[in-house]
Ligand binder design. Structure first.
Ligand code: BG6
Ligand code: MG
Length: 217
């Protein structure tokens, strides 16, 4: 059937994964424990609430609901202060070329992100109008590796799940796509994302021949 492309946002289109890490690391610092970049792999693609749970687990910190609520707010405020400075220059290398190529070919495109901040980020980087539909953390109940964010996207694009091609930088996101037999394209370290159908370090490695192959498969 007709193919459609679904893109994760954080760590795929923009390097906000680094901002999330910084904000969580500062909270860990405040609470008196270390939080490494390696541990941060588990946070990619995971919801804000679940991320805090994992962080507190790592630090062995017990907390009240009220404390957790406060940390979620302060983490997000710090994160918002980082994304407030973003511009179209923050779109990762090679991304625009791929998106423009697909757009010119009238390929349906969706955004599939766990973030509740996806829409303001897309507006800041000038890509809000490019996607045929945006599915984000405000629209789904279940976080990746549950495939809900991608199945909703495929439904809105009116394509079969197996005709969806998903670009992801997180293990949880690759597992979400694989779980419903979508084609998964890992962006980042192939050792970390070895479950993906295809791997690239970044979008500069993706050429039109590869895109055509996916479109015509
Ligand atoms: C995902 C990120 O895209 O969004 C996660 O990979 C993040 O790190 C999640 O926790 C939720 O984002 P937000 O912006 O709603 O806190
Ligand atoms: Mg991501």
């Amino acid at each position: 059937g007709k193919k459609g492309f679904i893109f994760d946002l954080d760590g795929v289109i923009v390097d906000t994964a680094g901002f999330h890490y910084l904000a969580w690391r500062n909270l860990a610092d405040e609470l008196g424990f270390e939080f490494t970049e390696e541990q941060n792999e588990r946070f990619k693609g995971v919801s804000r609430v679940r991320s805090l749970e994992i962080l507190l687990e790592i630090g062995g910190v017990k907390a009240t609901e009220e404390q957790k609520e406060g940390w979620l707010v302060s983490k997000n405020e710090e994160y918002l202060s980082y994304i407030a400075k973003m511009t179209e220059n923050d779109i990762l290398p090679g991304v625009l070329k791929v998106l423009t190529y697909l757009k010119e070919k009238n390929i349906p495109m969706a955004l599939g992100s766990a973030s509740k901040n996806a829409q303001p980020i897309l507006k800041r980087i000038g890509l809000f109008d490019l996607f045929d539909c945006i599915v984000d953390g405000n629209h789904v109940e279940k976080a990746k590796p549950d495939p809900e964010v991608f199945t909703l996207g495929a439904e809105e694009l009116e394509i079969e799940y197996t005709d969806a091609i998903v670009f992801e930088d997180s293990i949880a996101g690759i597992q979400a796509a694989n779980g419903v037999d979508m084609v998964s394209v890992g962006i980042g370290d192939a050792k970390v994302l070895h479950e993906a159908d295809y791997n690239f370090n970044d979008f500069t490695e993706i050429d039109t021949a590869f895109l055509d192959k996916l479109i015509n498969a």
